[in-house]
Design a protein around this ligand. Structure first.
Ligand SMILES: [Zn+2]
Length: 484
């Protein structure tokens, strides 16, 4: 059965069956964390027969994986650790040993269960957490990679340049293994920190890729610089973005510049993925300004959408927090993992209007459920500020080259009120005063507040400020308040 052409009832049946088998054969006997959790909550995994029964399992949160003084190696509890004596009693394994010998069985156990690879969370706000992969998971990583390229509409004759930062982070490796499994020429530059902006431009000049892949701000930066230097990249037909949000504004800016560089028909696909799932999902190609949503792999994992306050599961197409459960993973495994990502359109099973695939899709803007901060603008009460909305306003403004929002205490005094300072590098030839006015008006109408000050910088200075070439993630929101 092809992964992207199953009917909804076929998908449901497959998910129910895989979930049952996964919980009873792998999780309950071999996950130290969940074995204990099931015992504590008196959960009999055999009672979880369908995807909708998942709601009887407690959620797993990011904090559950963090080291504590009592358990400095907490993340190890989540690694599937088989009991060989249990495995050896299974009829399938006995048959395998008879047919192929004990050594072959031992080798297969190793391939299935021994961690051989790691990626880690980027941990801007907390300690990075490592997620282990076994050879079994590397196969899944390759499968999800191949499907990503299929979703994006790639062909083996195409070439790609992967500009994700070289690091033990999912994005770089997902793309690398995608190229290998799909079988297309895909060169990984390691991003700005490894080869610099000019190095990346030089590689694109040489390889002439149809697809450019990376973090939106860095891809935009490379295109902008190449455009400035008069390079022509007429062969480019696809931009594949990930690692952070890809608002329509920044997509539009990139497509416009590439158009002037000779690439007349560029389609942009954003991807969504996270360390804990050890895979990513993509949009299929759409006309500019539209989004197909992220195409999921129903045979590999389950997404639930929940009310972040009550934890109740929401219906199809309803907004809420994304919760993920894998169906066939080894290494580090988290069940009902709360991503902290809030999606406006929920998950839909309607066939994709662009590519016709029948798999579920995550639709609408994805934002951090926790991306709201309380700021102290007056002495008496705090104001809730949604930083996702600020991101959208600034990324959508074509006249802005780069930006950063800084939160400070007035006079650097911890007892004083908070101030918002917007740092801007305008695009070439833009009237600074008009731009400042326009931004203030947008802030006022969209979020009913305005920055205390707007400071204008050169593009070079702004790139320094947001550390585009040196940091793994650019610093858009800089909280410069003294730590308590
Ligand atoms: Zn589609």
């Amino acid at each position: 059965m092809k992964w992207d052409q199953m009917t909804v009832s076929e998908q449901r049946r497959l998910q129910d069956e895989k979930l049952r088998r996964y919980l009873t054969d792998v999780i309950a006997p071999f996950s130290p964390y969940y074995k204990q959790l099931f015992a504590e909550h008196k959960i009999d995994p055999r009672q979880i027969k369908t995807v909708s029964d998942l709601r009887h399992l407690p959620f797993t949160r990011k904090a559950d994986l963090l080291a504590t003084p009592e358990q400095p190696q907490k993340f190890r509890e989540f690694i599937i650790t088989p009991d060989v004596s249990v495995l050896k009693r299974r009829p399938r394994v006995i048959a395998e040993a008879l047919l192929r010998g004990q050594a072959a069985v031992k080798r297969r156990f190793e391939r299935e269960f021994r961690p051989i690879f790691l990626t880690a969370t980027t941990g801007r706000s907390s300690m990075p957490t490592a997620f282990a992969y076994t050879d079994y998971d590397m196969r899944n990583l390759r499968t999800s990679g191949e499907r990503l390229i299929q979703t994006i509409g790639g062909e083996t004759s195409m070439r790609g340049v992967n500009m994700f930062p070289y690091a033990p982070h999912l994005a770089f490796w997902q793309v690398m293994f995608a190229g290998i499994e799909f079988g297309m020429l895909l060169l990984s530059t390691g991003g700005g920190k490894v080869m610099g902006t000019d190095g990346n431009i030089g590689i694109i000049d040489k390889i002439k890729p149809e697809a450019i892949i990376g973090i939106p701000t860095f891809v935009y930066h490379v295109i902008r610089k190449a455009h400035e230097q008069g390079h022509k990249w007429p062969q480019v037909i696809g931009l594949v973005l990930g690692g952070e949000k890809s608002p329509q504004g920044i997509r539009h800016k990139m497509v416009r510049l590439l158009h002037e560089m000779g690439a007349k028909n560029v389609r942009v696909s954003a991807t969504y993925g996270f360390t804990e799932a050890r895979m990513a999902w993509a949009e299929c190609p759409t006309p500019p300004g539209q989004s197909s949503g992220y195409h999921l792999f129903p045979d590999m994992g389950i997404f639930e959408v929940i009310d972040p306050q009550t934890g109740e599961v929401r219906g199809e197409g309803e907004p809420g927090e994304l919760v993920y459960t894998p169906l066939d993973a080894r290494g580090t495994v988290v069940l009902r993992y709360r991503t902290g990502d809030y999606v406006e359109g929920g998950v839909t099973w309607a066939p994709c209007p662009y590519c016709g695939r029948t798999i579920p899709r995550i639709v609408g803007e994805i934002g951090r459920a926790s991306n709201t901060k309380e700021l102290q603008f007056g002495k008496l009460k705090g104001t809730l500020v949604n930083f996702d909305e600020i991101h959208t306003i600034l990324d959508d403004t074509i006249e802005i080259g780069e930006w950063q929002l800084e939160i400070r205490k007035a006079h650097d005094d911890p007892n004083e009120v908070d101030e918002l300072i917007l740092h801007l590098a305008p695009a070439q030839g833009v009237d600074v005063e008009q731009l400042t006015e326009k931004i203030r008006a947008r802030f006022q109408s969209d979020i009913e507040m305005t920055p205390n000050r707007v400071e204008i910088h050169s593009l070079e200075d702004m790139l320094q400020r947001i550390r585009l070439e040196s940091a793994l993630k650019e610093v858009r929101i800089l909280d410069a308040r003294p730590k308590e």
